[in-house]
Design a protein around this ligand. Structure first.
Ligand code: NAD
Ligand code: IPM
Ligand code: MN
Length: 357
């Protein structure tokens, strides 16, 4: 098998600490499973931006696009860059310019004790969100007029295209078919955003007709937020727009243990794609060896799956489950281990998995 190249961008805050553990675990599993993965580290982030004014050079973008199979990113965000100028170019820039239209954010309860919901079990909490990742309110079209005056006007445009909506809705149905799931729920605010989200409604009905074996359901996003807490077992696949997907994915993460456990993939099927935890750079936790690396590690499993290494992905996930079962976790999950110690435990578990039950 030819070498698969992975660009690692640790980024800011806790990013470098969790990325170190993520790569440590991936390297261990790659060795065991004989995977030809090659990691190259890049220092794009706030530090470089502040020192050199560099966010993501065009040459690096082209290098990622042309020469890599995947990008593994920690997190971006630094209090010294309050406008997130660097993240706009690096994270949103890569999402948009690589056209990574599927933001796949699974929410799965890996240990029964992790959910804050009463009487819900791992069987009840197992769904994915497909967040549209290239349009919506994230397109950056807008501006401030008469800034700082009483007449100030602030505008952010929401842009939805038929092509953009159709491909993410179709991706949701296809994901359901491929993963033998029976239900797709689309969430919007078409009751208010009659045009931009009216398009979602039209397209959802059209695409759903092509998948008669999948139950298609629509909920307004506010109701979906409520239903996810009340009856998460009713959901397999959720498809929604960019901003709503951002909010709903943090909510979903918390239902299954919090941001410290939530992975995500920014995917364009068949092209170089970007994998990053749902969480941010958590500046107050940075440099203290207390950040939970499990979201980054599970993100690594998602990347392995994308790269065609399903078995290795399962091995990584099994190691995470074992760490949870044996309580070899960080303090956000009530444990006592530091970030690095969790990494070391995971590597041991990868090498010596428990006998199959
Ligand atoms: P955050 O996700 O960094 O943190 C939110 C909360 O979750 C905090 O209480 C934090 O301590 C906790 N948390 C997050 N990750 C954790 C982990 N691995 N282990 C333990 N606890 C964890 O969100 P925020 O504080 O709103 O944002 C901080 C910065 O990160 C901001 O600049 C924001 O824009 C940025 N951000 C970046 C990304 C990304 O790179 N994909 C995502 C979200 C936020
Ligand atoms: C996420 C983050 C990003 C987003 C920010 C950092 C731009 O919150 O990946 O969920 O809003 O998409
Ligand atoms: Mn977010």
């Amino acid at each position: 098998m030819s070498v698969q190249k992975i660009a690692v961008i640790p980024g800011d805050g806790i990013g470098p600490e969790v990325a170190a553990v993520g790569v440590q675990v991936l390297e261990a599993v790659a060795e065991l499973h004989d995977l030809p993965l090659e990691f190259t580290w890049f220092d794009f982030g706030a530090e470089k931006y502040l020192a050199e004014g560099v966010t993501l050079p065009q040459s690096a973008f082209e290098d990622f696009r042309d020469n890599y199979d995947a990008i593994y990113l920690g997190a971006l965000g630094d209090p010294r860059v309050p406008d997130m100028a660097h993240a706009k170019d690096i994270l949103l820039g890569l999402r948009f310019r690589l056209d990574l239209y599927v933001n796949l954010r699974p929410a799965r309860l890996l240990h029964p004790a992790l959910t804050p919901l009463k009487n819900k079990t791992p069987d009840d909490l197992d769904f994915v969100i497909l967040r549209e990742n290239t349009e919506g309110l994230y397109v950056g079209i807008g501006g401030r007029f008469k800034q700082g005056t009483p007449d100030e006007i602030a505008i952010n445009e929401m842009v939805q295209t038929r092509k953009g909506v159709e491909r993410i809705v179709r991706a949701a149905f296809e994901w359901a078919v491929e993963n033998e799931r029976k239900r797709v729920c689309m969430a919007d605010k078409a009751n208010v955003l009659r045009d931009a989200h009216g398009l979602w409604q039209d397209v959802f009905v059209e695409v759903a007709e092509e998948y008669p074996d999948i139950a298609a359901r629509h909920l307004y996003a506010d109701v979906l937020a409520m239903e996810l807490v009340r009856a998460p077992e009713d959901f397999d696949v959720i498809v929604t727009g960019n901003l709503l997907g951002d909010v709903l994915s943090d909510l979903s993460a918390q239902l299954v243990g919090g941001l410290g456990l939530a992975p995500s993939g920014n995917i364009h099927p068949g092209r170089v794609s970007l994998f990053e935890p749902v969480h941010g750079s958590a500046p107050p936790l940075a440099g203290k060896d207390i950040a939970n690396p499990l979201a980054m590690v599970l993100t690594g499993a998602q990347m392995l799956e994308f790269l065609g290494h399903g078995e290795a992905a399962m091995a990584v996930e099994a190691a995470v489950v074992q760490a949870l079962r044996e309580h070899r976790v960080t303090r956000d999950l009530g444990g006592e281990l530091g970030t690095r110690a969790v990494g070391d435990a995971l590597v041991r578990f990868v090498h010596a998995p428990p006998p199959a039950a």
